[in-house]
Design a binder for this molecule. Sequence first.
Ligand SMILES: Cc1ncc(COP(=O)(O)O)c(C=O)c1O
Length: 464
Amino acid sequence: MDDARFEELRRREFSRLDAQGHVYLDYTGAGLYSESQVRANAEMLCSSVLGNPHSRNPTSLAATTLCEDARTRVLEYFNADPDQYEVVFTLNSSGALKLIGEAFPWEPGGRFLLTADNHNSVNGLREFAQAHGADVHYIPPGPELRLSGLEEYLAGAQRGKHNLFAFPAQSNFSGVKYPLDIIEAAHEHGYYVVLDAAAFVPTNPLDLRRYAPDFVCISFYKMFGFPTGVGVLLARRNVLGELRRPWFAGGTVRFVSAQNKMHMQHVTGRAFEDGTLNYLGIAAVPAGLDFLDEIGIERINAHVMGLTEELLGDMLALRHGNGAPMVRIYGPETMQMRGGTIAFNLLDPEGGLVDFRMVEQRANDAGISLRTGFFCNPGAAEFAFEYPDADAFRCIKQLTPETFNIQVFSDCMSDHPVGAVRASVGIASNRADLARMMEVLCSFRDTGCESEAGSVLPALATVD
Ligand SMILES: Cc1ncc(COP(=O)(O)O)c(C=O)c1O
């Protein structure tokens, strides 16, 4: 591992972590911005006069130029051929997905196929599909929450109908990486393909000349922390032309007549950018991509993989005094085709579950940012927690939006988990962060834990 390089990077760009005693292990939730990005952005803003883009006055043109430069930079970063791909700026990945959902030509006889392991913002597409009479099929995960039996599910889509297949390049639940050559396989079976790259691109290169999904969604704050409120839909030009927007807005049209109730949409990606762009946010995107490029995404990947391997090894080695394992990992226990996201629950000496909320509380008290719950990925969670369909159905059915809370659901699901803990490693993580997290996990050991210095740390509390 490039330890010295990343330690220097942490001191130079992320010193606020150590200055404030933070251990940040929620990179799948959001990336952290570097100080140099903030400075580059402040300098750009302080030295520019920027107006609302898409007009011909000087300040408007200056803003338009920054947005167009950002588009070019995004295409270049993902090695996308500008003749093939359009950049549509959105609020975030969810915004990109919604654009697809509301404009895809769903139809009876068409099929929406998706992996059960998907973020809710992909699951939500099914509402559009069903409303227009398309069939919705989920692919359940196989062993280690990995993709399995894909060919069987891809088969049978009616050619000539509009079929869509959606999957994450990397699971935000288990960290499982999906083989990107399934994009081509889905094309061969007559599907358009949505690649949810939100959890993948912060630590992996994505080469759109090598793999050619029809749609890719990305949130930039997950890649480099700042700006929030800017994402992108990368869409193949020929497919974008087949989408039908259900409305128009300022910026998306060439011409509108109130008198004749007519409008003429832009033929480019602009037809999908409603209203005034977040032009100041978009202008900050190139500095974020430059930051990743300066370090090198392959190097970031190696750093994150190295730390994840150590963390996984340490967690799996945790045992209670009676020899019982302390950790249950949901997803791969090895580094093969996985990223730096680890979902887990702690176990007591009898193999019972430790409430994830207790783990979160102790992590919070120790200044450690983890994430708990379902991570907006109910499909992966349902399989990870081995929910019997009928029980989960019964428990959800008896609840309403007013009565639902996690405790009531948990009581109804009796001994099944209703959440997990997720640790995700990123660019600024180091071994000291992992050691602090391990101390918290160790505090759940029935007989306490040995610290690095060899002294025995007492168990913080008995697990009830
Ligand atoms: C895999 C994946 N897809 C989509 C999203 C949605 O991203 P956003 O909330 O930025 O729209 C997330 C966010 O966590 C994610 O991890």
